[in-house]
Design a binder for this molecule. Structure first.
Ligand code: BMA
Length: 317
C-alpha cells in the first residue's frame, strides 16, 4: 500500500495549547464546546462554536481571537439558537461550517437544525458575526454536514451535504446540490461514498469545513466513521474536487490524516472523535489551520502546510 506512516504523522501538527477552547472558557454555564465553524473577520479569527447546554440542547456562540490560538473572547449570548416555534430547529442548532462569499459580501453559515423530524440542513448569513439573517431549512431531514463553496460554479452556488437513507443500513455519503439564489436547490447529485468493510471511512462520511480553492481543485477535509465494538471512531481524510465539476473527485486520501490520539480526543462525552468543521488558510505563509471538535467536548487546532497537503494527496491519493 502506498501509505507512508511518516508522511501522515507529520502532515497535521497539533497545537501545543490544545484544547484551545473548553466549557471553562464560557461566560455562562455550559456542558461542552466543540465542532466550530471558522472564519477570518476584521483581522481576527472567529470561531462559531457548537455549545451544548446543561439540557443537552446545542446553540452556536462566537469566540474571537487575535491569533487564532490564544486570548479568546467569548460572546455572552448565542448567535444562533433553538427556535421553539420552528419544527426544524426546536431541539437546537449544531455543527456549522462558515464560508465567506465575496459576491454577497457576507458569510454564509451552513448548520444542522435539529427537531422532532430529525436533523436537517439550514442556512443563515452574517456580515459581522453580531447579527444573522436566517434563510431557514433548505434540505429535508435526515441531512447534515453541509458546506458551501465560496463562489458560483457554472452560474450556481454549490452546497455539499450528507443525506442519510434508511436503506443500506443508514450509511451516509456526500452529495451536492446547486442553487441560483441559496433558496431553491436542485435534487442531490452523488459525490463520494463511504468505503466498505474494514476501511476507516466505511460506516459514514461527511464533509468537514468549506473547501478551499487551489489551482489543482477544491481541497476539502472529510470525516469518516468506522464502527468499532466500543462505538464509532471518527477520523478525517483529504479529498480534492474538480474546480469546474465539484461533484467529481480527483483525489482522495487512502488513509486518514488525523484521528484520535491525544488524551482530549480519546476522552469526553463521546470518546474517540476528531470532527473537523473549520479551516482557515493563511495565504502569506500557506498555513492551513484546522479547527475541530475533540471527543464532542472541546475545541482543538491542528496546522498543516497547504503545499504539503496537496503533495500528499497527489502522491498517495
Ligand atoms: C455526528 C454529529 C457530530 C458529532 C459526531 C461524533 O453524527 O452528531 O455532531 O460530533 O457525530 O459524535
Amino acid at each position: 500500500m502506498p501509505t507512508k506512516d511518516d508522511a501522515i504523522r507529520d502532515l497535521f501538527r497539533r497545537e501545543p495549547a490544545n484544547p484551545i477552547l473548553t466549557a471553562k472558557d464560557w461566560p455562562y454555564r455550559v456542558n461542552t464546546v466543540f465542532n466550530p465553524g471558522a472564519a477570518m473577520h476584521d483581522g481576527e479569527t472567529v470561531l462559531l462554536c457548537r455549545v451544548e447546554d446543561a439540557r443537552g440542547i446545542s446553540h452556536l456562540t462566537v469566540a474571537r481571537s487575535p491569533d487564532g490560538v490564544h486570548g479568546w473572547r467569548v460572546d455572552a449570548k448565542p448567535l444562533l439558537a433553538e427556535d421553539p416555534g420552528d419544527h426544524t430547529s426546536m431541539w437546537g442548532v449544531e455543527d456549522c461550517r462558515v464560508t465567506w462569499v465575496p459576491e454577497l459580501e457576507k458569510y454564509v453559515i451552513a448548520y444542522t437544525a435539529y427537531g422532532p423530524s430529525g436533523p436537517c440542513v439550514a442556512l443563515a448569513t452574517t456580515e459581522d458575526f453580531q447579527s444573522v439573517e436566517k434563510l431557514g431549512a433548505v434540505m429535508p431531514p435526515d441531512d447534515k454536514d453541509a458546506a458551501l463553496l465560496p463562489r458560483r460554479v457554472g452560474g450556481d452556488f454549490v452546497l455539499y451535504h450528507r443525506p442519510v437513507s434508511s436503506r443500506d443500513s443508514n450509511r451516509g455519503n456526500i452529495w451536492l446540490s446547486r442553487s441560483p439564489d441559496l433558496q431553491h436547490w436542485t435534487a442531490p447529485e452523488p459525490v463520494m461514498a463511504s468505503r466498505e468493510g474494514p476501511w476507516w471511512d466505511a460506516a459514514r462520511i461527511g464533509l468537514g469545513p468549506a473547501p478551499i480553492e487551489t489551482e489543482h481543485g477544491w481541497l476539502a477535509i472529510y470525516h469518516g466513521v468506522k464502527q468499532m465494538p466500543a462505538g464509532p471512531l471518527y477520523r478525517a481524510g483529504l479529498v480534492l474536487f474538480d474546480l469546474d465539476d465539484p461533484a467529481r473527485v480527483l483525489r482522495r486520501s487512502p488513509a486518514w490524516v488525523i484521528g484520535p490520539s491525544a488524551e482530549y480526543e480519546k476522552r469526553g462525552d463521546v470518546p474517540n472523535v476528531v470532527f473537523p468543521t473549520g479551516m482557515v488558510h493563511v495565504e502569506d505563509t500557506g498555513e492551513l489551520r484546522l479547527y475541530y471538535g475533540a471527543g464532542d467536548s472541546v475545541v482543538a487546532l491542528a496546522t498543516a502546510n497547504l503545499g504539503e497537503v496537496l503533495d500528499h494527496l497527489w502522491q498517495y491519493g
